[in-house]
Design a protein around this ligand. Sequence first.
Ligand SMILES: NC(=O)c1ccc[n+]([C@@H]2O[C@H](COP(=O)([O-])OP(=O)(O)OC[C@H]3O[C@@H](n4cnc5c(N)ncnc54)[C@H](OP(=O)(O)O)[C@@H]3O)[C@@H](O)[C@H]2O)c1
Length: 214
Amino acid sequence: MKIVIAGGHGQIAMLLHPLLKTDGHQVRGLIRKEEQAGELKAVGAEPVIADIENEDDISEAVGEADAVVFAAGAGPGSGKERKWTVDRDGAIKLMKAAKKNGIKRYVMISAMGLDTPRGDEVFQVYQQAKAEADDALRKSGLDYTIVKPGRLTNDPGTGKVKMARWLDPGEIPREDVARVIRTVLEDHRTIGKEFDLIRGENSIESELLRLMEG
Ligand SMILES: NC(=O)c1ccc[n+]([C@@H]2O[C@H](COP(=O)([O-])OP(=O)(O)OC[C@H]3O[C@@H](n4cnc5c(N)ncnc54)[C@H](OP(=O)(O)O)[C@@H]3O)[C@@H](O)[C@H]2O)c1
């Protein structure tokens, strides 16, 4: 498959590129900083410059593909305004570009607990922005999967996870989120599904199977 990842230099994205490359996919990462291009090439992804916040139409940068992944985010250091312009509007721009280019498949890295926003004002705006992006995706007509991880860590992945439509708060290594996104992209039975994701006891495949049967 040809797969385009918005937020191509993000921490999850940088772990995802080599997994997809190993599985034989062609990967394009959208980045806004030219100086990150070399790092993407080193992990097997084609870097393409696109600022998802400041460009109205990113369809040219997205190009032809079989699937897109939204892995971008304004990040913890940003203020309220960028939660709307990146976390919500950037994700919606990627939906528009996918539709324009005839790409049906869209995998969203969302977050768990969006139905009950918590934390300070900026964090609550972040959760609202992510929730609105998810809602736009549900209504988009695209073949979506919404993956909702708990708090992300940089611990080494274990490949052992817990997935369900709703889970109590927990955390998960970014490496395991990347593995889940890889599996989701390769399994079309996950289309139309959304689920919380934290570290757990079971393999990704067995948790996905349970989710799809449930
Ligand atoms: N942190 C958590 O605990 C947590 C929990 C659940 C879900 N999530 C979500 O998980 C996702 C991935 O997390 P992560 O830690 O891998 O993210 P990350 O390392 O913060 O990466 C986000 C990427 O988005 C890019 N970006 C920001 N603004 C952009 C713009 N205007 N145009 C193009 N790219 C832009 C950044 O590029 P630059 O280098 O140019 O800034 C960065 O590479 C995010 O959507 C986040 O909201 C996070």
